[in-house]
Design a protein around this ligand. Structure first.
Ligand code: PRX
Length: 635
């Protein structure tokens, strides 16, 4: 179902409100099912046994591949842009993609992968990753993509949590001028992962040297490329887990969110088609990595379910020069470009000279995702990339939501700088006040509070892998009967939502979620550090940067402080990955804590941002004098 104009948008919003089952059924009916549902949905936010389309059976790849082969087998499904721009873009048609997915699916079966098994993928942004995701789904296996920038420890933690038995990786990955030894990281990780039986290795850089373990390691070229190009889809229940994706929360280790097949499928295509409004020959480029939810829903599933052409980019925005994005948009004739504010700010900082002589006239729609977009970056994107012609859809959503929740619909509902604007039809966001009550917003009024969603939608993650209790505690305890997003938001007089950022202990660094607890855990393992508090504070390019306050074992000189910062950053790279990097580290004698022992991160954030006014009432702290000491040291 694709909404065509503003009138229809309002109609659909009302339909979804008054007849939700009928609304979602119209969307579901556009897909191919092996067996129909006996109910549209069941469960609610109190019982947390949410099901969509129960009783139905399907295979998502039948809807991505076989369905489109009937109408456009030769249409380009995937354009692969390699790290090095002198490698010509590789174009893969729907027919070819089908054949390659079937080969990989058959190879997985030959390795012993069965329906319900979990396959972990640890690769760079190469077509083989894209194909592996679909191959797992083809045979009813659940895939778990781990971002190729994560460390051996992070990879091992995710594999051990899911007890995955199969791993697909590449020998190396290429990013900018770096060659990253993925297989060596895998070998390190697998020392601690007894569950893994087989490793399939795609060779991205065959000149490089890797170790092989006989009986465990197999090459893609010897298995996949020799397999049959036909593999009948394995049908699964609507609620069969399609994938697990790990993300950070405010406490504990990363949680594996479980997304199920039918609801995710319906939601990915519904949101893709309506937010981006693509025409048949348009080309969609989402720059996200498949290691994140954006890469799942809008590099892979959304565009392919809708039968469109999607671009997959291996490299980084600044290699070989900061003109890379703009050159590729012109070279391919990209019509829809979807990226993160952090990339926009980084390119803005390089100046407009990189945009000189770029036509950018193929562009129709621009998108933003992952963090709040500041007004300056919005204006720059609008003026220099969109040439003031293209609407910007600022899409708010999360790993947990499966797809876009609040966004303008391109050329249908208005875009407003820094506002995600309106919820999609079928989504019911509300704000909660300080007493935990829903704020009854009325037209003409403004409101601010914690953002919750009122009713289940098909794309919501159903659980945290292996820990349904944690799912319930994390998302449904603060406001019983509501899904709590962890974000704060404002509503303007017309009902437009503006997301103000996380209100929990999650920091958004360059659009990547990092839990302060995870970072503190690593810091506390440094031999000099007894206790630490980590906060996120405003950063000109990254949106937020990480800053640490640490209590040392013994007194430390300013020189040592810098040395500890470097050591801590090395430790973080090793334990988490290069995305977790501390900007500043301050050695302190104590931390501001409440009488119940909770660290007042709000105060620390203000100190880092040099905003010493309005620190709130500090008199009730366990150690109120520490605040002035921290300010003096900062000054
Ligand atoms: O704080 C919000 C921010 O990113 C968080 C979700 O992160 P993640 O699960 O990694 O998914 C990122 C891609 C969907 C949210 O809780 N966020 C995401 N999009 C926006 C945003 N904040 C403001 N505006 C957005 N458009």
């Amino acid at each position: 179902m694709q909404i065509k104009d503003l009138g229809q948008f309002h109609e659909m919003t009302n339909l979804a409100k008054n007849s939700p089952e009928f609304f979602w059924e119209q969307i579901a009916k556009t897909f191919v099912w092996k067996k129909n549902w006996h109910k549209i949905s069941s469960g609610n936010f109190n019982q947390l046994d949410i099901k969509w389309f129960p009783g139905a059976e399907l295979n998502i790849t039948e809807n991505i591949l076989d369905r489109h082969l009937k109408t456009h087998p030769q249409k380009c499904a995937l354009i692969f842009l390699a790290n090095n721009p002198s490698d010509l873009p590789l174009k893969i048609s729907y027919q070819e993609l089908h054949d390659r997915v079937c080969q990989a699916a058959n190879a997985l079966k030959n390795l012993g992968v069965k329906k319900g098994d979990i396959v972990t993928l640890y690769m760079g942004m190469v077509p083989e990753l894209f194909i592996s995701v679909l191959a797992a789904a083809r045979i009813g296996a659940t895939f778990s993509v781990v971002f190729g920038g994560f460390s051996a420890q992070s990879l091992a933690g995710r594999i051990n949590n899911s007890k995955s038995q199969f791993l697909i990786t590449s020998d190396f990955s290429l990013r900018g001028d770096k060659i990253i030894p993925l297989k060596a990281v895998v070998d390190e990780a697998l020392k601690e992962c007894p569950s893994v039986k087989s490793v399939l290795i795609h060779q991205r850089y065959p000149d490089g040297i890797i170790d092989l373990i006989s009986g465990r390691d197999f090459f893609w070229k010897d298995t996949v490329e020799k397999a049959q190009t036909i593999c009948p889809p394995e049908y699964v229940d609507a609620e069969h887990p399609l994938f697990i994706l790990y993300t950070s929360g405010s406490t504990g280790s990363p949680k594996g969110l479980v997304h199920t097949t039918a609801g995710y499928m319906c939601y990915a295509q519904y949101t893709f088609s309506n937010v981006f409004q693509m025409a048949a020959d348009d080309i969609f480029w989402c720059t996200a990595d498949l290691g994140w939810i954006t890469g799942h829903s809008y590099v892979t599933f959304g565009p392919l379910l809708a039968g469109h052409t999607t671009v997959m980019f291996e490299g980084i925005p600044t290699f070989p020069t900061p003109a890379r994005f703009w050159e590729e948009i012109d070279r391919l004739g990209v019509t829809h470009f979807y990226t993160a504010p952090t990339a926009i700010r980084a390119l803005q900082a390089q100046g407009t000279k990189w945009l000189e002589n770029k036509k950018l006239d193929s562009l129709k729609v621009l998108g933003s995702v992952g963090e709040p977009i500041n007004e300056e970056a919005w204006e720059w994107y609008h003026t220099h990339v969109g040439l003031k012609r293209c609407p910007i859809v600022d899409t708010w959503w999360q790993t947990e939501t499966g797809g876009i929740m609040i966004s303008a619909l391109a050329n249908i509902t208005p875009s407003i700088p820094t506002f995600a604007t309106l919820p999609l039809p079928g989504i019911f966001p509300v704000l909660m006040d300080a007493d935990g009550r829903e704020i009854a917003w009325k037209k003409g009024q403004e409101a601010e509070g914690n953002l919750c969603i009122k009713h289940p939608w098909p794309g919501i993650a159903r659980s945290i892998f292996g820990d349904h209790n944690r799912y319930s505690e994390n998302y449904f305890k603060a406001y019983p009967g509501y899904y709590f997003t962890g974000d704060g938001a404002k509503i303007d007089a017309h009902g437009n939502f503006r997301i103000t950022g996380r209100v929990d202990d999650v920091v958004n660094v360059s659009g990547h979620r990092i839990g302060t607890a995870e970072v503190e855990d690593v810091l506390n393992r440094h031999p000099f550090i007894v206790e630490s508090a980590v906060i996120g504070a405003a950063h000109a390019i990254k949106g937020q940067g990480l800053h640490a306050f640490c209590i040392p074992q013994k007194s430390i000189s300013p020189n040592e402080e810098l040395a500890i910062l470097n050591e801590v950053n090395q430790l973080l790279t090793k334990e988490i990955g290069a995305i977790a990097k501390i900007e500043s580290l301050q050695i302190v004698t104590d931390l501001p804590k409440t009488r119940s022992g909770k660290i007042m991160r709000r105060i620390l954030r203000k100190i880092v941002e040099n905003d010493f006014s309005n620190l709130g009432d500090t008199s009730t702290l366990l150690n109120p004098l520490i605040v002035q000491q921290l300010i003096d040291k900062r000054k």
